[in-house]
Every structure is written in C-alpha cells, then in structure tokens.
Design a protein around this ligand. Sequence first.
Ligand SMILES: [Zn+2]
Length: 481
Amino acid sequence: MNKAIPRGATRINQRLKQFPRRHLLLASTIAASVMGLMALLPSGDVEARRNEIPMSIDAFQPQEANTELTSSPTIPESPSFASNQNADQSETAIKEAEQQAEAKALAKAAYDLEQKLGKWHIVTIKSGDNLSVLFNSQGLNASVVYQVANTPKYGETLASIRPGESLEFRINQEGTLTQLRYVKSRLESIFFNREDDGYQAEQVTLSPEIHPTYASGIIESSLFLASQKAGLSQNLTMELAGIFGWDIDFVQDIRSGDRFNLLYEEKYLEGEKLGDGDILVASFTNQGETYTAIRYTDSNGDTNYYTPDGKSMKKAFLRTPVDFTRISSRFNPNRLHPVFKTKRPHRGVDYAAPMNTPIKAAGDGRVQFSGWQNGFGNVVFIQHPNNVVTVYAHANKLAGLKKGQRVRQGQTIAYVGKTGWATGPHLHYEFRVNGVHRNPMTVKLPDAAPIAKNEMANFRKKSELMIARLEKHRETLLATQ
Ligand SMILES: [Zn+2]
C-alpha cells in the first residue's frame, strides 16, 4: 500500500504538467480523492478490483465534434469513482469525457447559431453590378438595401463596391439578412450584424505575417532579367532601382558582372503569399563600386534610405523633374538665335513630353511664383534652401499652388504644355544658384538631409545589424553553391 501511493502520485503529477491550465483544478481535486480512496482500501482489494472492473473503452474514445449536431450534448457515462481504483485510468477518462462534452457543447452552440443566423452565400462582384441587383439576387428587397447602406459608420462603404470584391450574405429561414460581410481584400472586410434596431458594422483588418527574405543576383544583360532570375517581382525591381537610381544610371551605367543582394519583406496570410513589403537593406555593386542602403524610419516617422554612415541615398533635387520622351534643346549659354543670328542663350533644358504629363517639384521648397509670365506661359518658380531656385515653364495647366506654399520633392506642381513661346509640348526647366543659371543636366546636386545627430546612435545600431544580416545570408548562400 505504501508503495502504491507515491507511484500513482508521481504519474498523476506528470500528467498534470500536460494539462491545459483550466483543467488543473478539477484534475487535482480528482487526484486527491482517488488517492484518498486508495488509502482507505487494503492493497489486496486494489489488485482484485482492478481486474474485476470492466472499463468501457468506447465511452472514452474521442469522437468527431460535430457528429451529433441535432441532439443535446451529453456527457458520456462517467465511471464511478468509488468503484474505480485505477488512478491513471480514471484520470484519463475524466479528462477525455470532459473534453468530449466541451466539444459537443461547442458543436451544438455552433449548430444553434447556424439555425438562427442562416447559411452563408458568397457573391463575387462583377463589372456592372450594383447593390440592388446583388441584394435582389439573394431575395432581399430595396428596404434591406436601404437599411444596410445606412448602417452607422460603415454603411456608406457599400457605395464603392468594386469588381473582384465579394459580398457574403447570411440569410435565415425567414428570409432575413442576419449578417453581411463585405470582403474588400484578404486583409480587409466590413462585417454587418443585424441588431434589434437595424444593422451595426465593424471593420475587420488582418495583419499579414512578415517574412524577411533574401535575394541576390548577378547581371548578365539587364537588371530586369537578373532580378527576375533572382525571384524578385517587377515592383521590387523598380524599388531597388529607385533606391540606387541616384548614384547609378540603370540605362547607361550597368555592366555585365554587376551584382546586387537585398533583404526584403514578404507578406503572408495563412501560409499564402500576399505580396512584397519593403526593402530593408540592399547593396549594389556597379563597375566595381559597391553602394549599400539601409531603410530607416526616424522619430518623426519619416522613412528614407541611407548609406551605412548615415548619408541620404537621395539627392536634394531630382535630375529631371518630368518623365520625358526626348531632350529637345540643351542648356547653351552661347546659342545663336536661328533666325536673328544674335546671341540668344538657352538657359535651361527642354524636355519634350506628351501634353499634360505631370511636372514634379525637383526638391523640397516653397512656391515663389505660380502663374502666367510672357514668354514662359504658365510657369512655376520654387525657392529651395541655399539660394537655389528652379523654374518650370510652358505648362498647360498649373496645380493651383499658392505663393509661399511648401512643396515636397516629387510633388506634382503643373502639367506639360506649350503655353508662351513654345511650338510643341515640352518642359523648359531652369536651375539657378545665387541667381546664376546652371546646366540642370550636369550641375552637382547636393545630398538630401542626412540622419539627424540625435538619431545617429540609433541608426548605427540598426545599420550594423542589417548589414550583418545581409552579409550572413550572402555567406550562407555562397557556402551552399
Ligand atoms: Zn527652353
């Protein structure tokens, strides 16, 4: 007898460790009472009874949770504690019976809810569909459309349904719309629920899992082909080119043997890839020179790419503030006028582009002038730091900026045209430093703002970590080749 108790107790303790927390209290109570019973019985009796009690195995087999949806949940017959002296078996039995009862109760509750709310019908929105048509196809009339569309806060989102999105209707046996799901994407949906007085809605937003992913490639003919081979999407390739585009001209400068490697984010939901996230760190070797860029978000929430020593990857100015088709006239301070044969300098660059192509602010600054000037037509002057002024002339339309208004690099300020003295649609672009016209195509452009002093310690930590990670991936890959 003395031997039996500690042995049983040890085994129970081992089992307790495997139990979910919520079962612990019940289990320990049972264990205590079983041990108490065992203490009361002579050891011979324990042996004898163990052989005598037929255990009904079936009662303890786990069953499919939803096999008996229509019946009320019942707990399988429990063995009588008083007549069962096998601590282990009764322990297992109780646990399993309890879990089974719980599963059944859940299944029953789910079934009851299904009865009350009805079945789901999923409808994918097609071009030309509208709410009335979609609701009608589910046997729901105009008053239901009206009610749902007037749901506080989110009802109006239904006014902008688009092809490819879906509506999921839940309609019960009485034909009442009990729930509606407007699925905008894998990550975003609006959930409508019928209450006593109309519908209530909430937005459900899922966040994807982010997997950092490594890729590398060596260029044979073009960056595009090499990155495709490395498994990069077209968007990611454009982003990569954008990061290094300030230092490397991807049309002129690329040579066979140039290489890149990068760590970027991939977004997953339930094991399925949704798309790419940001490039975290990347390096690009062009004609033997290696450039490295680290993504960093400062304490103001501004995100930019920086060199390992904290310089901006960007310049303070775009080289060309428009996507042009060709350069129709270069900067030429000694140009002779084609007709008058007098010195008529061309103090900017003419970029020919289709009518209404957006014209971008070359750098951050303030609007000095936005309006009409003889010769220039519709023109914008932007004042930048360090006495730089940029000029954008012959616009078809202006973007409506006011004098003194702040503009950011890349912001659209006007649209290409041929107003003023111009024969075809083009942008006449000037770059003036201290009032002197400089060649916009060759003027040395200052770097954009570096990492702020008070961010430097933080940046260095992140920068070193990211470069080490990039390096580790590169070495691992080399070792497996
Ligand atoms: Zn010009």
